[in-house]
Design a protein around this ligand. Structure first.
Ligand SMILES: [Zn+2]
Length: 133
């Protein structure tokens, strides 16, 4: 069970919307499986159907989080024209297998969805997420 507060979800959705037509990318940090802080990153990927976090920003963020004794709980990105499920590329993306892969699906205008996944023994498994009000 993963725990994310409603205010963090709203920040992710706002980031996804203002990044259109491109994907957004960012990090939720916290303890174990509970996210407490939101850290947007710059997507430097070419095109509108992929993401690549700015490596310098990412290294600085991970250093800062370590110094504060915070874990990378989740790494999120959006699918501006797709569903909240991993693309074939996402299924191969295992840079941080212990972090929740959060995907925002924006294919239905005005209705954003978010699902979380974990790589486990070569397959991507959807996770149960509790949104704390
Ligand atoms: Zn994706």
């Amino acid at each position: 069970m993963w725990i994310i507060s409603r205010s963090l979800v709203n920040k992710i959705f706002a980031h996804a919307q203002r990044s259109l037509p491109r994907e957004c990318v960012g990090v939720l940090a916290g303890q174990g499986r509970e996210a407490v802080s939101w850290h947007p990153l710059t997507n430097i990927a070419q095109g509108e159907t992929t993401f690549l976090a700015d490596p310098t920003e990412q290294i600085q963020l991970f250093k800062k989080l370590r110094a504060q004794d915070l874990d990378v709980v989740a790494i999120y990105h959006s699918h501006p024209k797709g569903a909240a499920f991993p693309s074939p590329l996402d299924q191969e993306w295992i840079a941080y297998p212990e972090a929740l892969m959060l995907i925002v699906g924006m294919e239905t205008e005005g209705r954003l969805e978010m699902n979380g996944f974990i790589h486990s023994a070569g397959v991507v498994k959807q996770q149960e997420i509790t949104i704390r009000e």
